[in-house]
Design a protein around this ligand. Sequence first.
Ligand SMILES: [Ca+2]
Length: 387
Amino acid sequence: MRMQGVKVGALALVAAAVLAACGGSDGFPTLTGDKPLVIGHRGAAGYLPDHTLEGYKKAIELGADFIEPDLVATKDGVLVARHEPNITGTTDVSQRAEFAGRKTKKTVDGVVEEGWFVSDFTLAELKTLRAIQPLAERDQSYNGKFQIPTFEEVLDLAKSESVRVGRTIGVYPETKHPTYHVNQGLKLEDRLLAILAKYGYTSKSSPVIVQSFEVSNLKYLRTKTQVRLVQLVDADDVNPDGSISLVAPYDKPYDFAVAGDSRTFASLLTSSGLKEVKTYADGIGPWKPYLIPSKLVDENKDGKPDDLNGDGKIDERDRVMMPATDVLKNAHAAGLFVHPYTFRSEARRLASNFKGDPKAEYRLFYDLGVDGVFADFPDHAKAARDN
Ligand SMILES: [Ca+2]
């Protein structure tokens, strides 16, 4: 549907006809025909430490349409941007002697974790910490430089940057571990709604999309706001044959686990599951193998996966992309937009088909019709879309 590399001239009429057939101004096979959104995942996670104002600003400079803060609550009830309640891996807290006594164990979604947790720190205390890059393979030179931002600081940045760059920058907050926060006495949703209302973000056209891996909190939010809501859909792993592995606690929304609901994440993506999701959400954010899986191969039938790139180990680079599932088609049929996660550009994270070129992966998903992508390298997502 989307015409790659079409030059002006004789093909212009053909291109115009294709655009008309797709029904949208940009000619993409998305739900609306508009260009897919580039969502700066945790900021520009491929370049700067996650969830920092500097990282979000970098994402905007690289072309992100939305920036994506994960939200957790401090001891004094302030929403701040961190990937997890446990900040051991994403800050320098373990190096701070004054907080040594805060090290503890907490249960998050049924899993016992040890470390330091945002809910044991006031905002003032958190502001003394500095972010670090959690992935060893990424640039460590910014460790210790940037603070943890509040959600309001992220919204303020998006507003000021929108003026500076001359386009609307959206904010795509995730309510992290809603059940855990209720159990800590720090329910996220009303705090989130109050802040969104303060900024005037209450309607479908507001530059905000709220996401969650749980269901009941999204249903609650639907009764309180018209901002766009997204049901995230996780899994434990992808099997060698490309099928999705569902193992607790990554088999289902945690509120389903608590309620004894037998449905899994995969249940949400059946044709009937998607129709149910549409009753309370505007879109889905599935892990990308739900849309286009990949598999390991054994061409020589020796019972072991083939080492396609011959580097002596089996990883993502030895996987082969499979045909798309019906999930995107069925989601669009239900009226849901589809924003898969997470696109990462490092060669070791790309299936063999892409030959080390992250833009090839983006193009495959854009051609399928995704409405947006969560991208660690927003510049690559934008280049694959626009060039
Ligand atoms: Ca290999």
